[in-house]
Design a protein around this ligand. Structure first.
Ligand code: G3P
Length: 217
């Protein structure tokens, strides 16, 4: 499973990228707002930092302007994936931009029907939002499994980019289901390393090292 980092924080991306943990980056208007930076400048900096796809979201809601914005975003770098919302206008923009050879990430997906439409519109990535379904006591991971089944039934090439990931459990469950990509905040990715028994076991090793005076250097 590919790991994308869901942030516009350059330092956080760099830290994980140096560890080889970054296969791509996703941003959205809320993450750009949080960065406090100009969308074009911060997106360019991210594209220069990572080799994989970098999702940058349009601001318009009508197809014509989404297409114009998507073309401008795609000029930033070859690894730009234009992000459009899963609306009828977004699907129209997806089709036009995908036919022009641009990567398109269709976002704000909350149903298997929406994911079917995005695949037929030529989306490179579909972004089903797990956490926001969980917030409604709907099983977000079940949506990932449904889309995986449907896409595999018909050989759709659209990649499932699991999004709105809130926990380390979401990451491992998405990997078990077979999501192509999971995009998560840096803290969630780093949190995947945590386990209380690891901490307990290491503390016991450190105590024995000190008690026995074990030295390597
Ligand atoms: O990529 C989508 C993600 O940023 C949304 O996450 O936690 O706001 O639902 P969240």
């Amino acid at each position: 499973m590919k790991f994308f980092v869901d942030t516009a924080d350059i330092d956080a991306i760099r830290e994980l990228n140096d560890l080889g943990m970054v296969d791509g980056v996703t941003t959205n208007p809320s993450l750009i707002k949080k960065s406090g930076r100009d969308i074009m400048e911060v997106t360019k900096e991210i594209c220069d930092l990572v080799d994989g796809p970098v999702s940058a979201e349009v601001t318009a809601t009508d197809a014509e302007t989404m297409i114009a914005e998507g073309r401008k975003l795609a000029e930033i770098a070859d690894n730009i994936a234009v992000k459009v919302p899963l609306t009828w206008d977004g699907l129209k923009a997806c089709k036009v931009l995908a036919d022009e050879g641009k990567m398109v990430n269709v976002t704000l997906c909350f149903s298997a029907n929406q994911a079917l439409l995005a695949a037929k519109a030529g989306a490179t990535f579909i972004s089903p939002f797990i956490g926001r379904l969980d917030d409604l006591n709907v099983d977000g991971l079940e949506l990932i499994a449904d889309i995986r089944e449907i896409y595999d039934n018909y050989g759709f090439e659209t990649q499932i980019l699991a999004a709105s990931i809130r926990t380390a459990n979401h990451m491992s469950e998405c990997a078990k289901i077979g999501a192509d990509v999971a995009t998560a905040p840096p803290a969630v990715i780093k949190g995947m390393a945590n386990h209380v028994l690891t901490d307990k076991g290491l503390a016991a090793f450190v105590a024995d090292i000190e008690a026995a005076g074990i030295k390597i250097l």
